[in-house]
Design a protein around this ligand. Structure first.
Ligand code: MN
Length: 197
């Protein structure tokens, strides 16, 4: 099988209380797993059977006959990336090259954090908040449903899932509180710096 479900890069309990073990159990073990299984069903026996995930995403985006494949493969990519964007005892102001870039673009970390949170809060319905590189520009964006910067030649540096399944068990409707907690307590800046290189 070309597409696989990676293990979480930490235990299911590791992100509590910001994200509970129960949420990770469903989010990784049910939602992410189903996107992987559906992607594999849709590529079986086609010319994309052995393609890598980014190729599948780029070849299916905008093709009405491949909407299901785009949605599922993009969700596989987004979730694998999202898990790596977090770690226990992460969050807060960054160090390293991304800290300098944030200072250059946003002036200070607080303004950056507010804008990232706002991108997630204002995404109407399901989607994702992102920090991306657009050429040499660093910007905050949001995407709807499964859409991903990977499909639009942008380089993702950081994401936060704002689908209700990401936070509803722990925060119910309080998406802003979920975003604030992830930003302040979980962001894996080492991973962001590695993507920024
Ligand atoms: Mn999700």
């Amino acid at each position: 099988m070309a597409v696989t479900l990676p293990d979480l890069p930490y235990s299911k309990e590791a992100l509590a209380p910001v994200i509970s073990a129960k949420t990770l159990e469903f989010h990784h073990g049910k939602h992410h797993k189903t996107y992987v299984e559906t992607t594999n069903k849709l590529i079986a026996g086609t010319d994309m059977e052995n393609a890598d995930l980014e190729t599948i995403i780029k070849k299916s985006v905008g093709d009405q006959a491949k909407t299901g494949l785009f949605n599922n493969s993009a969700q596989v990519w987004n979730h694998t990336f999202f898990w790596n964007c977090m770690k226990p005892n992460g969050g807060g102001a960054p160090n390293g090259p991304i800290a300098d870039k944030i200072k250059e673009v946003w002036g200070d970390y607080r303004k950056f954090a507010e804008e990232l949170k706002n991108a997630g809060v204002t995404q109407f319905g399901s989607g994702w908040a992102w920090l991306v590189l657009d050429g040499r520009d660093c910007k905050i964006t949001k995407t709807a449903n499964a859409d991903t910067p990977v499909a639009h030649n942008l380089k993702p540096l950081l994401t936060i899932d704002v689908w209700e399944h990401a936070y509803y068990l722990d925060y119910q409707n309080r998406r802003a509180d979920f975003l604030a907690a992830v930003i302040e307590k979980l962001i894996n800046w080492d991973f962001v710096n590695a993507n920024f290189k």
